[in-house]
Ligand binder design. Structure first.
Ligand code: NAD
Length: 446
């Protein structure tokens, strides 16, 4: 099939590469000229495991190309995917300007029947707006061409995006057109080898499914973060509680780890957008408001622990003179994405309280530099930042932090003290090494 994907970001680039890998001819379009020029030369703008190899192979075999030439891309493809950003507007609702701009571009340039597929996360009713924007452009041209609009929300996770796309838990297709549904089934068939995971439904339900999924996941995280904070106060161990509740098949083990709060480009904005959608429809989504509020508070927990243990509250800047070493900046492991990462709030809090902050991250240092500039120091070596620091704070659970050289950590730090926002280490081990150790939601070693 001939496919065009608008937006060569985390979703668009992965989708384009995966569709090309299954034999389709795919052209990815982006307004960011530098990104496209780089991609043409094999420079991948984001870090995502396996993506580089996939892009290079399909590019070399002539199935995947990159362009800023919209007319060419639209004319050469039957299926036009929209995978551009939908950031939160000022009132929290999803900003649809990029999605609608693409719809208009397609309307201005199409010369035959097109299937326009919305892969961006968009509120219920957006397919109608896409249809109207596109039709308006056709009307301006005085042309009557047919087209169909489909909702196909994306559920991939950054850090495992290729795997998720190639072996999806499900693919949701929102359409009321039987022929289009068949075509979309054909497109996704190569990704359904083991099980048929394709679910066809009406467009509005498909649009809602994406928000409901992210809202549910965010709810689990906020719920478990509150359970963890209560465990801490009661002398219970959140890890044991997770085992205990996860074994119930109605609950399951996933997404029940406490941490420094959810971040990333999706959960925060999608939770906000669903609250806003509800408001616009005279409905108070009380539960989600609490989920968001809990998350905002959770982002304060780690810096608060630093302040409680090392701070001098008689001073304006209680952490003046303290050096804090942070492991992990991206909002989760195996990505360089720092959008809405809890590390931002944590480090800003530490800096505001006068601390000197040093940071390590395997992939996100370039993104972090855009955020903090020279207000903090960085290293590509996780041990270098520890020298004479007062505490090591673990923010992101990268694999390389799971089994580190504890002797070296102890030797480098001023005092052996770890605040662990991801509960990576066994208490017995910390005790044997002689660390002062504060995890989340369980007794620590004071
Ligand atoms: P992104 O910011 O990484 O990429 C968006 C790209 O679109 C950018 O490269 C931008 O230059 C380009 N763009 C903007 N306007 C354009 C236009 N008119 N024509 C062509 N390109 C244009 O965004 P992303 O993280 O890939 O997210 C895209 C959508 O997918 C969002 O709605 C997001 O909510 C959703 N989503 C994201 C993820 C994720 O993990 N990142 C997962 C599922 C769904």
């Amino acid at each position: 099939m001939k496919i065009c994907v608008f937006g060569a970001g985390y979703v668009g680039l992965v989708a384009a590469a995966c569709f090309a890998e299954s034999g389709n001819t795919v052209v990815a379009v982006d307004v960011d000229q530098a990104k496209i020029e780089g991609l043409k030369q094999g420079i991948i703008p984001i870090y995502e495991p396996g993506l580089k190899e996939l892009v290079l192979r399909n590019q070399a075999e002539g199935r995947l190309s990159f362009t800023t030439d919209v007319p060419l891309a639209v004319k050469s493809s039957l299926i036009n995917f929209i995978a551009v950003g939908t950031p939160p507007g000022e009132d929290g609702s999803a900003d649809l300007q990029y999605v609608l701009a693409v719809a208009r571009e397609i309307g201005r340039n199409m010369e035959s029947f097109k299937i326009v597929v919305d892969k961006s996360t968009v509120p219920v009713g957006t397919a109608d707006k896409v249809r109207a924007a596109l039709q308006e452009e056709l009307d301006k041209r005085g042309t009557s061409l047919e087209f169909d609009v489909v909702s196909n929300p994306e559920f991939l996770k950054e850090g495992a995006a290729i795997e998720d796309f190639m072996k999806p838990d499900r693919v949701v297709i929102g359409t009321d057109n039987v022929r289009t549904a068949e075509l979309m089934k054909e497109l996704y068939e190569p990704f359904m080898r083991k099980h048929n995971r394709l679910i066809v439904m009406d467009i509005r339900s498909a649009e809602m499914t994406k928000y409901a999924a992210n809202a549910m996941l965010a709810t689990r995280i906020s719920f478990m973060n509150q359970v963890a904070l209560l465990c801490e106060r009661m002398g219970a161990d959140v890890a044991a509680v997770r085992e205990g509740i996860g074994s119930d098949s109605r609950i399951g083990y996933d997404f029940l780890f406490p941490g420094p709060g959810y971040g990333g480009s999706c959960f925060p904005k999608d939770v906000k957008a669903l609250i806003r959608t509800a408001e616009e429809n005279d409905y108070d989504f009380l539960l989600l408001k609490a989920v968001e509020e809990v998350n905002e508070r959770q982002k304060q927990v780690l810096s608060h622990k630093v302040q409680q243990t090392l701070g001098d509250t008689s001073k304006d800047r209680p952490l003046a003179g303290c050096t804090v070493a942070c492991w992990g900046l991206s909002f989760k492991p195996r990505t360089d994405d720092m959008r809405e990462a809890p590390a931002i709030t944590i480090i800003e809090n530490l800096l505001a309280q006068g601390a000197t902050v040093r940071a390590h991250d395997p992939e996100a240092l370039a993104e972090a530099k855009k955020q903090f500039g020279d207000r903090i120091t960085y290293s590509t070596n996780q041990y270098d930042i520890l020298a004479d620091a007062d505490v090591l704070v673990i923010i992101t659970d990268w694999n390389e932090y799971r089994n580190p050289d504890f002797d070296r950590i102890k030797a480098e730090l001023k005092e052996p003290f770890i605040i662990d926002g991801r509960n990576l280490y066994k208490l017995s081990r910390m005790r044997d090494y002689g660390f002062r150790y504060l995890p989340l939601g369980r007794n620590g070693i004071a």
